[in-house]
Design a protein. Structure first.
Length: 168
């Protein structure tokens, strides 16, 4: 059985999950989880408060639980979202055309965000304070955690398509 690549696109108002590849059945799941939607509806402080984050976590978990049986077993998630590239870099992943962000690194980054939410200055953790950043990281973390994905591959489209390669 071959692995199905699952494209994860975390948009402003919704998240879209689409299988890719020659053997993939054509379908997409649209989930009511977007960076602006979560930030607007649940994060009323900058950074979000612990209670705001807990409420948002419950909402995200409920949405992911609703679709978890629709994701083929053994799928491998990937994304080309710039905000996920930023998360990977903040998590310490080495820049390149294709980055592998592990669940462990994602959890560590979320722990840093939790410290900020609990009062540590964001600059001490090197993290943005904005609610959209927190929402993106939350959606990614819960997606990986509840669907048991050990890693997500993030393609840097700027590197792949926009920067000329240097000839040796």
């Amino acid at each position: 059985m071959s692995t199905i690549a699952i494209r994860l696109h975390i948009g402003r108002e919704e998240t879209v999950i689409t299988p890719m590849g020659a053997n993939a059945v054509e379908w997409s799941l649209v989930v009511d989880l977007g960076t602006q939607r979560i930030a607007r509806d649940y994060f009323h402080h900058v950074p979000p408060t612990p209670d705001e984050m807990e409420t948002a976590i419950m909402v995200v978990e409920d949405e992911i639980a609703r679709i978890r049986h629709d994701i083929p077993a053994g799928s491998q998630p990937f994304s080309d979202d710039p905000q996920l590239l930023n998360i990977a870099l903040l998590a310490g992943v080495t820049p390149g055309e294709s980055l592998s962000l592990s669940l462990v690194a994602t959890e560590r980054l979320f722990d840093r965000l939790a410290r900020v939410i609990n009062g540590r200055p964001a600059r001490f953790e090197g993290l943005p304070e904005e609610g959209e950043f927190a929402a993106t990281l939350l959606i990614l973390r819960e997606f990986m955690h509840h669907l048991a994905f050990e890693k997500i591959v993030i393609n840097d489209l700027h590197t792949l398509f926009n920067e000329p390669k240097q000839l040796k």
